[in-house]
Ligand binder design. Structure first.
Ligand code: COA
Length: 326
């Protein structure tokens, strides 16, 4: 019986437009040196005006399907993780379903901010193991630039756009060795977008006061992020019945290089096993992990049988980690 799950294809898409730290120096009071030293970011990608989240996700999805050798019509479920949907509804998953022609698929979105890919993977795992879905497309796609306050130097230097995807199928062998998810709603105010929902519907006032932009208390989040990421990562390793030294590649959420480094140190993973994309792509929320995963696979950094640790933290607050035997 195929009661386990396996990732058989990965894909990613980054918009063409590159925004460097030097470009940002012209927009806000910041410097390339400050951004590089405090975050590890040198440049990031920004979606074109005409590109919505589903457009990025569609490209990533098609690349993952190509690697998997599976056609859109074979896909029976599409799950999309995003906090920047094309619109409230229809879901971004439905737009991607239409774009790729996956006419036999159910489709819905999952929202867990930067932990979205791991929440999505856990959702897919349950549905595939339940036996009902056999060829699933999991996409994370974000256009954070569309909810960025370009006058707030505390956030605009971090946020970026991009999409990652993977194809999940049932398998005999156990590949997802462990996972854990968590949330702490009392810290929601540290990272959120105040308006546009039922609490504060869109109005002239909300637009004027930039309440449709992402708000973040960066340094408060920083401390929680290191602790929570390390705890989730260690729990996943322990539950997989392995040791930190068994991990071949650690792919943490790419929010800040200093957070990733501190977290790897706490878990006991050397820096050369941490896969980094933040220098070129910034923080793309739910997309950072699947983008990095795809790059690592295509660069040959992940080989069959390797043990991979994925570890994320973000708005909600939410977090999650998993160990995968590739
Ligand atoms: N350029 C120059 N100076 C900046 C700046 C920028 N882009 N952003 C903030 N500063 C200034 C601050 O105003 C402050 O100045 P002051 O000391 O005169 O008041 C100083 O730099 C230090 O600010 P602080 O916020 O304490 O910096 P930091 O070292 O914590 O770095 C972040 C800021 C946002 C990079 C960092 O806190 C971070 O990455 N936090 C976590 C982000 C995160 O995980 N997000 C959510 C997860 S998805």
């Amino acid at each position: 019986m195929n009661t386990e799950i396996r990732i058989v294809g990965t894909g990613s898409y980054l918009p063409e437009k590159v925004l460097t730290n030097f470009d940002l120096e012209k927009i806000v009071d910041t410097s390339d040196k400050w951004i590089r030293e405090r975050t590890g970011i040198k440049e990031r990608r920004i979606a074109a005006e005409y590109q919505a989240t589903s457009d990025l996700g569609t490209e990533a999805a098609l690349r993952a399907l190509k690697m998997a050798g599976i056609s859109p019509a074979e896909i029976d479920l599409i799950v999309v993780s995003t906090i920047t949907p094309d619109m409230f509804f229809p879901s971004t998953a439905c737009f991607i379903q239409k774009n790729i022609g996956a006419k036999n698929a159910a489709a819905f979105d999952v929202m867990a901010a930067c932990s979205g890919f791991l929440y999505g993977l856990a959702t897919v795992e349950g549905l595939v193991r339940g036996g009902r879905y056999k060829k699933v497309l999991l996409v994370a796609s974000e256009t954070l630039s569309k909810i960025t306050d370009w006058e707030d130097r505390g956030t605009c230097v971090l946020l970026a756009d991009g999409a990652g995807a993977c194809v999940v199928v049932p398998d005999k062998e156990k590949h997802l060795l462990s996972y854990n998810l968590g949330a702490s709603g009392e810290f929601g105010h540290l990272l959120y977008m105040p308006a546009g929902g039922s609490r504060l519907p869109a109005s002239v006032e909300t637009v004027k006061n930039k309440k449709h932009c992402l708000k973040m208390k960066g340094n408060e989040l920083f401390k929680i992020a290191v602790r929570v990421l390390a705890e989730a990562g260690m729990k996943a390793i322990q539950e997989a019945g392995i040791k930190p030294e068994d991990i071949s590649l650690f792919i943490p959420h790419q929010a800040n290089w200093r957070i990733m480094k501190a977290c790897a140190r706490r878990i006991g993973i050397p820096e050369d096993k941490v896969f980094i994309t933040i220098h070129k792509y910034g923080n793309t929320s739910a997309s950072t992990i699947p983008i990095a995963l795809d790059e690592a696979v295509r660069e040959g950094r992940i080989k069959e049988g390797d043990l991979i640790l994925l570890d994320a933290f973000g708005g909600g607050l939410t977090w999650g980690a998993c160990v995968i035997r590739w």
